[in-house]
Design a binder for this molecule. Structure first.
Ligand SMILES: [Zn+2]
Ligand SMILES: [Zn+2]
Length: 154
């Protein structure tokens, strides 16, 4: 399982490298390490969390660089930005259509894969002049860990 995940990360990195070559963007160590760090996590980290991780490998990297590189990767559609109300922006290495379970207590965000939900009928394409090209569903609730804690307290 772990090896399969490693293979996937390696494959994504090499695809990123060829995309950069195509676009004439240099593949820096910083970009590669930041992308790899995000791809290795399944928890939709914030830029600060990625910064803390990346700093272990590149001690002199600045927070600003991490923010800038993440946004550049979003611009290249290599990763995605995910928003959930009231929480900091998080980043997602999973760029295929998928959905999220979001905890109202701690803000934890888990991927939810569902072929059924991936085939919902789209609203009329140009509704309100808005060109719709994708969607993601966020299910709100209380995660297992928070539920355990709430039960202990109550
Ligand atoms: Zn929670
Ligand atoms: Zn996700």
């Amino acid at each position: 399982m772990q090896n399969k995940q490693d293979e996937k990360v390696k494959d994504r990195i090499s695809r990123f490298e060829s995309l950069c070559r195509e676009k004439g963007i240099p593949v820096t160590v910083q970009r590669r390490v930041i992308l790899q760090t995000l791809l290795q996590r399944q928890d939709h980290p914030t830029a600060d969390q990625i910064f803390e991780d990346v700093r272990k490998q590149i001690p002199d990297i600045s927070r600003t660089t991490v923010y800038r590189v993440l946004e550049a990767l979003v611009g290249l559609a290599v990763i995605r930005r995910v928003h959930s109300m009231g929480n900091a922006v998080r980043y997602d290495g999973n760029i295929h259509r998928h959905h999220h379970l979001v905890c109202r207590e701690c803000g934890r965000m888990a991927d939810w894969e569902s072929p059924e939900l991936n085939n919902l009928p789209m609203p009329k394409r140009k509704a309100l002049g808005f060109h719709i090209d994708d969607y993601t569903i966020q299910f709100m609730g209380i995660c297992a860990e928070c539920r355990r804690q709430l039960e202990h307290e109550g």
